[in-house]
Design a protein around this ligand. Structure first.
Ligand code: ATP
Ligand code: MG
Length: 248
């Protein structure tokens, strides 16, 4: 199983938006996909409830700590044993033991960050925490950053963010624009890869670098080269055979 953690201690940075888009992409490609929502607000699970029944299913697990309790897991936090892709939606302010647990579980860690001075400052502190408290130095996870809600790529905060990431030598995967398409997708229980192709072309392009970054981690069970998977999956004979067997 490949586990992707979407995390930033800063609230409202785009964790749930990325989680839902990544999970729905893999589900739409027939990977058995689950979301583990560690956020007590349960936003990803809300999104799942809005997901149309005729779309590829995604298992939702509630891993939020019980109110006032210390327990990290409840009976709702299980995921199916045959899950192939697990996307974890972290809560704002994750730190300490919870941060350690999340890092330990993950193969990939994606940090969305808004290009505002306040968010960049908070994210810098968070990334320090990720290494010092979360144990990211010794963990197996690969870490990268994605700018989110970018309005103007030439604006100063954006340049500051780029400099900051370069100084950390963390990959800066993509700039995701501030776009109504993301809001519409959330509202409909979909990801941008499941929306009208022409309408969501820009947003698909923005998400794609994240998918490519993680691409190597996938079992190549469809018999296509890792690099081609995002583009040519549908045209692969093996994939067609697989769909026929699974009656998809
Ligand atoms: N690229 C975007 N374009 C437009 N709206 C966006 C974008 N990214 C996020 N939003 C909106 O911004 C708000 C915060 O985003 P989101 O819920 O994904 O952040 P979060 O990090 O999960 O927040 P929290 O820390 O509260 O869990 C939401 O209303 C979301 O719909
Ligand atoms: Mg959220």
């Amino acid at each position: 199983m490949m586990t992707v953690l979407v995390i930033n201690s800063k609230g409202g940075s785009g964790k749930t938006t990325l989680t839902t888009n990544l999970a729905s992409y893999y589900a739409s490609k027939d990977y058995r996909t689950a979301i583990m929502d560690y956020d007590p607000q349960g936003s990803s699970l809300h999104w799942l409830k809005a997901r149309p029944a005729d779309r590829h299913p995604i298992h939702g697990a509630n891993a939020a700590p019980a109110k006032g309790g210390m327990a990290l897991h409840s009976k709702h936090s299980w995921i199916p044993v045959d899950t192939e892709v697990l996307v974890i939606d972290a809560p704002a302010g994750a730190s300490g033991l919870l941060l350690k647990e999340l890092v330990r579980r993950s193969n990939y860690i994606v940090i969305p960050v808004a290009p505002s001075p306040i968010d960049i400052h908070a994210t810098a502190d968070f990334i320090k925490d990720l290494y010092l408290v979360g144990g990211a130095i010794t963990a197996k996870a690969k870490i990268a950053v994605a700018a989110n809600r970018v309005r103007n790529r030439n604006a100063t905060p954006y340049a500051t963010l780029e400099r900051f990431l370069n100084s950390l030598r963390l990959p800066f995967l993509t700039s995701i624009s501030d776009s109504d398409i993301y809001l519409q997708a959330i509202e409909q229980g979909l990801g941008v890869y499941e929306m009208d192709e022409a309408e969501s072309a820009t947003e698909r392009r923005e998400i794609q670098p994240i998918l490519r970054w993680m691409d190597g981690a996938f079992p190549n069970r469809f018999g296509v080269r890792a690099d081609d998977k995002l583009i040519n999956l549908e045209s692969s004979k093996q994939y067609a055979a697989y769909r026929a067997v699974r009656k998809i």
